[in-house]
Design a protein around this ligand. Structure first.
Ligand code: UDP
Ligand code: MG
Length: 326
């Protein structure tokens, strides 16, 4: 029970989620009703669905929800598909002055709606950021689990400080959102950016469920590009690795030179075709790899200097009129 319950806005990115959206809305509304009746959150709290350029009926469903239940549901329609991270940011930046705290959550009900209570409790205890962390991955396929956990470990190794097994289910205070708005980067990787903000934070553990319906919008190809983006946006370690690699190659070539010279002196110099061919391929491959790595960063700089908008909001359905708090 709170004397003056604070305003909670939830931001839910949705891309082709017609199959789950009605169920997600139902469960969240139920959660809001309980939280409000127990005076944990203000009646001015809202659930904001961000339509990320869906090709199915997602936006129609959001509009309907808003029409039927404007006291619970709001909607943001992005002008085109901008990607998960941008959709989340669009939502957060739109609501940051309307709420005291915001929770971001996927639309597919993989994140536990019941973990919201603990997150809010932690917020009232004084935490500015509360990370939702998966305690188990029982329901993920073996492949998804291994690749995802490998991803967190690799990220750490590469010098990007991320919270282990935390995706984008998190609570942030208004203060944190204001600080987040100062991050102007175009290559978004929220789970790397938010820990950089600092403030008092803590974790809330939950079991990750299976997607309620519909298909994952993150096929392997997108997962890899997400991982590469995360690393190259937060660490220059790969560039340093290139230098190390170049130095090692230099050492190897010195050894090879000595070896070749010794063979020559011993008078057996006709061998050597295979070693020549092998080294050509090896060096060629390494050079391409290093060029590619540098290219990744150059591409990043290109995207950043253009300073294009990270998302474009076409429409914002929100009825934030004062409700009588009785
Ligand atoms: N999503 C989005 N834009 C995209 C792709 C995904 O807004 O271009 C949303 C999607 O609707 C979901 C969340 O991002 O709410 C996470 O996507 P998904 O559940 O498919 O990823 P997974 O859990 O399989 O990694
Ligand atoms: Mg999912």
């Amino acid at each position: 029970m709170m004397q003056n319950p604070e305003i909670l806005y939830m931001v839910i990115p949705c891309y082709n989620e017609e199959a789950v959206l009605p169920e997600t809305a139902r469960r969240l509304k139920e959660k809001y009703q309980t939280l409000q009746s127990e005076s944990w959150i203000s009646p001015k709290s809202r659930i904001v669905f961000v339509n990320d350029g869906s090709k199915d009926a997602t936006w129609n469903i959001i509009q309907q929800l808003h029409q039927q239940d404007p006291d619970f549901f709001s909607g943001i329609n992005l002008a085109h598909n901008s990607g998960h991270q941008n959709a989340v940011l669009a939502g957060l930046m739109t609501v940051k002055e309307m709420c005291n705290m915001a929770i971001t959550m996927d639309a597919d009900l993989q994140d536990d709606v019941n973990a919201i209570d603990a997150m809010i409790a932690k917020y009232y205890e004084g935490n500015q950021i509360v990370y939702g962390v998966r305690s188990a991955r029982k329901t993920d396929s073996f492949f998804k689990r291994v690749t995802a956990e490998g991803f967190y470990k690799f990220m750490k190794l590469m010098g990007a400080d991320v919270v282990y097994n935390h995706a984008d289910f998190r609570l942030m205070s208004r203060r944190v959102l204001q600080e987040l708005s100062q991050f102007k980067e175009v290559n978004l990787f929220l789970r790397g950016m938010v820990p950089l903000i600092g403030f008092q934070s803590c974790n809330v553990y939950y079991e990750r469920a299976e997607r309620f319906a519909g298909e994952s919008k993150y096929p392997l190809k997108k997962m890899i590009s997400f991982a590469v983006n995360g690393i190259t946006s937060f660490s220059t370690k790969p560039l340093k690795l290139i230098t190390t690699l170049g130095f090692l190659m230099f050492l190897v070539s010195v050894a090879a030179f000595i070896w070749a010279f010794a063979v020559k002196i011993a008078g057996r110099s006709e061998l050597g075709w295979s070693s020549t061919v092998c080294s050509i391929w090896l060096i060629g491959g390494l050079q391409l790899l290093c060029l590619g790595m540098i290219g990744e960063y150059v591409g990043k700089i290109y995207a950043e200097v253009k300073q294009r908008p990270r998302y474009i909001i076409a429409e914002f359905l929100n009825q934030s009129e004062e409700k009588s708090d009785s």
